[in-house]
Write a protein that binds this ligand. Structure first.
Ligand code: PLP
Length: 370
């Protein structure tokens, strides 16, 4: 028998996620598995909650990692906060806004969407106008739109949503740990993230946080949460209090990984980590210029951790990405939906956001594109 795991060679992950994982996180994942009610593990869970709170700058008690990827976090927020016939507004300028609309629609909500051109940010005046016309129960937006490389003006949207009275839900899958996320300051009521982007952990967990207002909505629901696995009123009985109640068997070793990933960011200092992402983004942009490659998003709306690059005319997208992965073990992302074949997505997330990664990619690009 041949064990296929033996032939895996570590790639340089420079796509939209997963990102590179540090040795300290790999070592954490390999620690002995504890029981999910072991007091030592419960102490670790409490630290994980407080580390997540620090990274998204919140005091919210209800802050837990959901067992599942970022989409499970998205689904958790919607199934807990939306009831049939609730009025939901989704601001869409990429794939993940479209996914939110789909999730909300499946819950029987009355869903409106405001659509913006992919590659450009949400326009505040349009949001203001829409919110002046109609009262909503929930407004949802993606902070860092991984499909396009756009950063949406989440703080400013928060002020508009507050005036409307709706709950404010923000996707921070790609932003957490890479750019500022100020949950309380920006008046965000529900937020979810993912482990495989700037936290530099393998995929599998989704940090979620609810404000007191969001918890109020959950506790005063007229209908039961329509999803057993993601029902936060039950999950929180395992994640808080003196007597922990079994809900589902926590993915113990994945949580070790998340613990270490958050620990490493806090040890480096969140501000320093954010600055490193900015610096590496600037370095990448200046290097790309030397090859005549241009960015897809205007400077003021660019994300540092997800760089969308226009594919020059006459260059074969699949051929270049194929060479990068097969000859150089470097992964970058292609465009999604209407942007397929038009852009490359270069991730500088967490562990990947280092000079060495950029140098390796540029060396490979020079050889392939010349
Ligand atoms: N939201 C955003 C902004 C994302 O980038 C992603 C994944 O790329 C998701 C949600 C979904 O996360 P996952 O693929 O981990 O389920």
């Amino acid at each position: 028998m041949q064990n296929k795991l033996n032939s895996i060679v570590k790639p340089l992950l420079m796509g939209p996620g997963p990102s590179c994982v540090s040795d300290s996180v790999y070592q954490a994942l390999a620690k002995p598995t504890l029981g999910h009610l072991d007091p030592e593990f419960i102490a670790l869970m409490d630290d994980i909650k407080s580390y997540i709170r620090k990274l998204i700058q919140t005091e919210n008690q209800l802050t837990v990692p959901i067992s599942g990827t970022g989409s499970a976090g998205m689904e958790t927020c919607f199934v807990n906060l939306v009831e049939p016939e609730d009025r939901v507004l989704v601001l869409i300028n990429g794939v993940f806004g479209v996914r939110m609309e789909d999730v909300a629609t499946r819950l029987g909500a009355e869903v409106d969407s405001l659509k913006f051109e992919w590659g450009t940010p949400v326009i505040l005046d349009s949001v203001r106008e829409q919110l002046a016309q109609k009262k909503y129960d929930l407004v949802a937006v993606v902070h860092a739109e991984t499909s396009t490389g756009v950063c949406n003006p989440v703080a400013e949207i928060g002020k508009l949503v507050k005036n409307n009275g709706a709950l404010y839900l923000v996707d921070c899958v790609t932003s957490m740990g890479g750019i500022e996320v100020e949950m309380d300051e920006w008046q965000i009521d529900a937020l979810y993230s993912g482990t495989q982007k700037c936290l530099s952990c393998p995929p599998g967990l989704s940090p979620v946080s609810f404000s007191d207002r969001a918890v109020g909505k959950l506790t005063n629901r007229k209908t039961k949460v329509p999803n057993w696995y993601l029902d936060l009123s039950m999950i929180t009985q395992y994640w808080s209090g003196n007597a922990r109640v079994y809900h589902h068997t926590a993915p113990i070793n994945m949580l070790y990984g998340l613990y270490q990933a958050c620990y490493s960011i806090l040890e480096e200092g969140l501000e320093n980590v954010i600055q490193r992402h900015k610096d590496m983004h600037e370095l990448l942009v200046s290097e790309l210029k030397t090859l005549g490659l241009e960015l897809f998003v205007e400077e003021s709306a660019r994300l540092p951790m997800l760089n969308a690059i226009k594919i020059p005319s006459g260059v074969d997208d699949a051929n270049v990405r194929g060479k990068l992965i097969n000859d150089y073990r470097i992964e970058i992302g292609g465009g999604l939906g209407p942007l397929a074949g038009k852009i490359w997505r270069i991730g500088l997330m967490g562990e990947t956001a280092k000079k060495e990664s950029i140098q390796k990619l540029m060396d490979a690009f020079r050889k392939i594109l010349n």
